[in-house]
Design a binder for this molecule. Structure first.
Ligand code: NAD
Length: 308
């Protein structure tokens, strides 16, 4: 099949492009490189630097494409509070622009990478697709608005649409920015360099950490699965892990004893989060294959930044 992957030089995009290319598919990747790096892409991937808001470029790239994966987005929750209009411009306008181009080019299917952040703070776990949504940041609002546009424009134009609400993905290749880095790669880095690990709040807050290979499995299946048009599907591990438990596993897997610094002044955020993944199993035959300890080990093995 022929695929276009927006955000194809990002963390999840790179893993998806490389998997599809290795399977023998034709893969075009579009990324403006604002947070991506195409050097991780295998040579079979046809990379184009550009913006999802550039419609003439999209028309060109969408020729003969069977399925679009839309991953391009700004992805930082704290940053989105500082720059909500920019998050709206890329995550919402960019999605609407892409949907118009997909309609014009008569693409068969779009798979949209949405986020578990859309649920916000609910009073129960696990979070199911039928639960209400309470987005708690401009980032989450932008992903929810984009979901609505993907559903509406695809329904109006006969394009098939699958929306995956991905929870906390982690793995090799995930970027570690200085401010607000993703927790798992940040903890691994500090543990392996004998640094200290900062725990916001009391560390009892839970998240659903899902390994990149499992997310890619779900993305790949979503392109061809039957009976998924217009469906929203959670993708997580289905396991609720506290930050304290994560720290314990990081110590185990790295065989290091980083200093643990509690920062009670900074909230740990939503107290509990975990995905109900029963619909993913039912619709995509999705079963996460990588428990956290194995995922941490694979991250260290495959990512040269963690070589000791
Ligand atoms: N990683 C996670 O835990 C997670 C969880 C839920 C949802 N998601 C979603 O999955 C997608 C990929 O996330 P990721 O973790 O790989 O993030 P990422 O930042 O590594 O990837 C996003 C890519 O989009 C590119 N991009 C940004 N603006 C662009 C634009 N205007 N035009 C073209 N490209 C642009 C960036 O350069 C980057 O390479 C995002 O849509 C994100 O919202 C990720």
């Amino acid at each position: 099949m022929n695929y276009l992957i927006t955000g194809g030089a990002g963390f999840l995009g790179t893993a998806l492009c490389n998997r599809l290319a290795r399977q023998g598919h034709t893969v075009r990747a579009l990324d403006d490189c604002s947070n991506g790096d195409p050097s991780g892409l295998v040579s079979q991937v046809n990379f184009v630097k550009g913006d999802v808001n550039d419609k003439p470029l999209l028309w060109q790239l969408l020729q003969d494409i069977d399925c679009v994966y839309h991953l391009a987005a700004l992805v930082s929750v704290p940053e989105s509070s500082l720059f909500p209009s920019e998050y709206n411009r890329i995550n919402v306008n960019g999605t609407v622009n892409l949907m118009e181009a997909i309609r014009d080019a008569k693409v068969r299917r779009i798979v949209f990478a949405s986020s578990g952040a859309i649920y916000g703070q609910l009073d129960h776990v696990p979070y199911s697709e039928s639960d209400e949504v309470k987005p708690g940041s401009p980032y989450a609002v932008s992903k929810l608005a984009a979901e609505y546009y993907v559903k509406q424009i695809s329904a109006d134009t006969g394009v098939e649409a699958v929306i995956l609400r991905i929870f906390n993905a982690y793995g090799p290749g995930q970027r570690i920015p200085n401010s607000h880095p993703p927790i798992i790669v940040n903890y691994l880095k500090h543990a392996l360099t004998n640094g200290s690990i900062v725990i916001h709040g009391d560390g009892m807050q839970t998240r659903d950490y899902v390994f990149v290979d499992d997310v890619v499995n779900a993305l790949v299946t979503s392109a061809t699965a039957n009976g998924v048009d217009q469906h929203i599907i959670n993708i997580g591990s289905g396991v609720e892990t506290s930050v304290l438990e994560l720290v314990r596993q990081v110590r185990d897997v790295t065989q290091r004893k980083p200093e643990e610094i509690f920062n009670p002044h900074k909230s740990g955020g939503t107290p509990r989060m975990a995905a109900d993944i029963s619909k993913a199993y039912e619709k995509l035959n999705y079963l996460p294959m990588t428990p956290l300890a194995a995922g941490l080990r694979l991250t260290m093995e495959r990512d040269p930044r963690f070589k000791v």
